[in-house]
Design a protein around this ligand. Structure first.
Ligand code: NAD
Length: 240
C-alpha cells in the first residue's frame, strides 16, 4: 500500500468519475486533498477532502485557488472532455475547447504548482491522457485522440526538464472507464445497450474499468519515486 501521509494533493475534475474516485483514494492513502471542479454540488458530497470550485479554463482562478491552498506536493490533472467524430466532422469550436480543457488547462495548473515544487525539490504531477492518443488511433475520436496525444508530449517534456530537480511527471492512459460522462455518450448514440456492448467488446478483459481501478494507479504514481515521463496504460488489454 502507498502511504501518502503528510502529502498535499490537488485533483481537478473531482466531482465525478475518475477524479472523484481518485480524490477518495488519495484520502484513503492518508493524503490531505483539495478536490476541485466546476460542479460545486458534486464536490459537496465528497467526504474527507477540502473542496474548491475551480474552472481550469480560467487562468486567474487557477492561480488564486492554488495560491490560497498553499503547498501542493501532488497535482492530478484529471479534467478533460471527449468529442466524437472524424477530422472532417469536427468543428473548430470543438478543437479549440478540447485544446483548452485537455491540454492548456494542464499547462495552467503546472505553471501554478511547479515553482513551489522546484523550491522544495520535490513533487509529482499526474496527467490524464488515454490510450486514444499517440498510443492508439481510435475511430471517431479525432479531437480527443489529438489532444490526448499532446498530453503525452507535455508530460514527457516536463519530466525531461525537471527530472534532476526531484519532480516527476507521468500520464495515465485508460481504456474505457465507467463514469457519468461515459453513460451520457452511450445514451447519446440512441441505443445505450448496443453502444455499451460495443465498448465492452473492444476490451479484451470483457468489461469496462471501474473508476476506482484508475484511482489506484493515480495513488501509485503519486508515491512511485523512481518513475517519470511515462505513459501508463490501464486498458483491460486493449493495447496488448
Ligand atoms: P466525467 O467526464 O464523467 O467528469 C468530468 C468532470 O470534469 C465533471 O465533474 C465536470 O464537472 C468536470 N469539468 C468539466 N469541465 C471542467 C472545467 N472547465 N474545470 C474543472 N472541471 C471541469 O469523468 P471521467 O469520464 O472519469 O473523465 C475524467 C478524465 O478521464 C478526462 O480527462 C477523460 O478524458 C479521461 N478519460 C476517461 C475515460 C473514460 O472512459 N471515462 C477514458 C480515458 C480517459
Amino acid at each position: 500500500t502507498v502511504d501518502l501521509t503528510g502529502q498535499r494533493v490537488l485533483v481537478t475534475a473531482a466531482a465525478q468519475g475518475i477524479g472523484r474516485a481518485s480524490a477518495e483514494a488519495f484520502v484513503q492513502a492518508g493524503a490531505e486533498v483539495l478536490a476541485t471542479d466546476i460542479n460545486a454540488e458534486g464536490l459537496a458530497t465528497l467526504a474527507g477532502c477540502t473542496t474548491a470550485r475551480l474552472d481550469v479554463l480560467d487562468a486567474t482562478s487557477v492561480a488564486e485557488v492554488c495560491e490560497a491552498y498553499g503547498r501542493i506536493d501532488v497535482l492530478f490533472n484529471c479534467a478533460g472532455v471527449v468529442h466524437g467524430g472524424t477530422v472532417l466532422e469536427c468543428t473548430d469550436a470543438e478543437l479549440d475547447l478540447a485544446y483548452d480543457l485537455n491540454v492548456k488547462a494542464m499547462v495552467r495548473m503546472v505553471r501554478a504548482v511547479l515553482p513551489g515544487m522546484r523550491e522544495r525539490k520535490s513533487g509529482a504531477i499526474i496527467n490524464m491522457s488515454s490510450v486514444a492518443s499517440s498510443i492508439k488511433g481510435v475511430p471517431n475520436r479525432f479531437v480527443y485522440t489529438t489532444t490526448k496525444a499532446a498530453v503525452l508530449g507535455l508530460t514527457k517534456s516536463i519530466a525531461a526538464d525537471y527530472v534532476a530537480e526531484g519532480i516527476r511527471c507521468n500520464a495515465i492512459c485508460p481504456g474505457t472507464v465507467q463514469s457519468p460522462s461515459l453513460d451520457e455518450r452511450l445514451a447519446a448514440t440512441g441505443d445505450y445497450d448496443a453502444a455499451r456492448a460495443d465498448f465492452v467488446a473492444r476490451q479484451p478483459m470483457g468489461r469496462i474499468a471501474q473508476a476506482q481501478e484508475i484511482a489506484d494507479l493515480a495513488v501509485y504514481l503519486a508515491g512511485a519515486t523512481y518513475t517519470t515521463g511515462q505513459a501508463y496504460c490501464i486498458d483491460g488489454g486493449w493495447t496488448i
